[in-house]
Design a protein around this ligand. Structure first.
Ligand code: MN
Length: 500
């Protein structure tokens, strides 16, 4: 992901800077219909007028910031409203132009997007309170229009790229908060390019020593693996060309530093990280993916148990691909191959954002990802904002909620229910209905009888057996993992006169 290079933009004349920025931005807008482009252009000049001579800490004119954010969204071909919203996102907060003023020129949708990320005024709220309150408001806005988060992420990514202009302590705090809140949101939404960008930009600030250590440790190894990967790309290409393995594109991809850092904590040694440089093979159809896989397994030795078929079982954020670890017995090179269709690849990079993108081929995408159930975590975050919590507690729970990995469990009718990892059949029961939860006696998980304390796995099909004589017990509070179930159980126990 490349950010707009604004280093040549004038820092002396605002008029010149604005013209230069428009020249940089305009070619990226060629995918828009001309009437949509006019709206974006109008937003651009109104924004430039509103911010005027304001400057960033780096000394650049302030307008470079919204333009870079807009450019980032244009690079993934997001729609007119997102682009106009990105351009105007700091106008109500930082200039004399109000949301009401913007309403005169721009559509309700655009103004809503801007209001969704406009922070509360500094005068009304002071200090940390404002931070939690802004976050609360942002989640509510995202619940109404998901596009709010795309603008927020683009805003954040540009701010992270200029952290060096801030005092170290402040830079670290912002990087930390981004790592804890914004990277997981991007991941949840499947927007791989944004998630990677945030983590890569934050890593040196959040873990400076580890970062330096990792760079020195891995630079030689990266170069070595890159050479290996080039050799393997040649070999894989000729294997596929000689058979029916149809593909569109083969290339090497290097693992991002932060993702390597996380993996190293698990594996302890670079030698065991086979996907440091992986080979990616893009095909047109799912059948071709499996065909390519079988060609690879005929020509290379497959390392035991190393095929991960995320096409058959997608990750909970919708990611699909086949990963297989292979050994080339001639050269003794071990490498990972990742096979996916073009549509899967696009989804891995843009996630839900692909839904609003003008990109070709998006009509083949599976948008079940946008099912309300799959986005329930956003509802949960909105509900969390309504609870009586201290600011500190609220932030703690937001981070916890976002960090917790989710699983998807099915009802017998095939509805997907989104639960945190570690959730039990009883959590599931309370998610279906309070009566099902209260009267649950047993669960049938994939047609096997299980206790209600049984821990569920991704993809399980769950049916809850109930009995009207059943009553919630105090020890149920130890069985459930979700706050929603615990709250309901506590209320039911109190109703029975049991003190909790
Ligand atoms: Mn901003």
């Amino acid at each position: 992901m490349k950010l707009l290079d604004t280093s040549q933009v004038s820092t002396k004349s605002l008029t010149k800077a604005a013209q230069q920025l428009w020249v940089l931005l305009e070619p990226e807008l060629s995918y828009l219909e001309s009437t949509d482009k006019e709206v974006v252009e109008l937003a651009f000049w109104q924004m430039a007028e509103a911010h005027g001579e304001q400057r960033r800490k780096s000394g650049e004119f302030y307008i470079t910031h919204p333009v870079t954010a807009c450019h980032l969204l244009a690079s993934i071909k997001l729609d007119r409203d997102c682009l106009a919203g990105a351009l105007l996102h700091d106008v109500p907060e930082d200039t004399d132009v109000t949301l009401r003023d913007l309403q005169k020129t721009f559509s309700k949708d655009i103004v809503f997007l801007i209001s969704g990320i406009t922070k509360l005024s500094v005068i009304k709220y002071k200090g940390e309170d404002r931070y939690a309150e802004n976050l609360r408001r942002m989640f509510v806005a995202i619940g109404r229009d998901l596009r709010v988060i795309f603008i927020k992420l683009a805003d954040r990514i540009h701010n992270l790229s200029t952290l060096n202009a801030l005092p170290p302590e402040k830079a670290k705090r912002i990087a930390m908060e981004s790592m804890e809140i914004y990277a997981p949101i991007a991941e949840r939404l499947g927007i791989g390019i944004f998630k990677d960008a945030i983590e890569e930009l934050c890593f040196p600030y959040v873990y400076p020593d580890e970062y330096r250590h990792l760079i020195s440790l891995s630079s030689v190894e990266y170069r070595r693996r890159e050479k290996h990967s080039e050799r393997m790309i040649t070999k894989v290409t000729s294997c596929l060309d000689n058979t029916d393995g149809h593909y569109i594109k083969i290339y090497g991809r290097a693992k991002k530093y932060y993702s390597l850092y996380k993996k190293l904590q698990e594996k302890n040694s670079l030698d065991k990280i086979y996907d440091l440089v992986a080979i990616r093979i893009i095909t047109t159809s799912v059948e071709d993916c499996y065909e390519v896989l079988s060609v690879l397994h005929r020509n290379f030795e497959q390392l035991d148990g190393r095929v991960k078929d995320y096409i058959a079982t997608p990750k909970s954020n919708g990611y699909q691909s086949i990963h297989t670890t292979l050994l080339d017995s001639h050269s003794n090179i071990v490498f990972e191959a990742q096979i996916r269709t073009e549509a899967m690849h696009e989804f891995a990079e843009y996630g839900v954002a692909a839904h609003w993108s003008y990109k070709q081929g998006t009509q083949f995408q599976d948008f079940s990802f946008l099912d309300p159930e799959r986005l329930k975590w956003i509802r949960d975050l909105i509900d969390l904002g309504k609870e009586q919590l201290t600011e500190e507690e609220y932030l703690k729970y937001v981070k916890l909620d976002l960090f917790q990995d989710r699983i998807f469990v099915m009802t017998p009718k095939g509805d997907a229910i989104d639960l945190p990892i570690g959730a039990t059949a009883l959590d599931f029961a309370f998610r279906i209905h309070v009566h099902i939860g209260a009267q649950a006696v047993r669960a049938r998980v994939n047609d096997q009888v299980q206790k209600i304390s049984h821990e569920l796995q991704n993809g399980d099909v769950v049916y809850i057996e109930t009995d009207k004589n059943q009553k919630p017990r105090r020890n149920w509070l130890q069985i459930v993992k979700t706050r929603q179930a615990a709250r309901t159980i506590r209320a039911l126990l109190r109703k029975q006169g049991i003190v909790v």
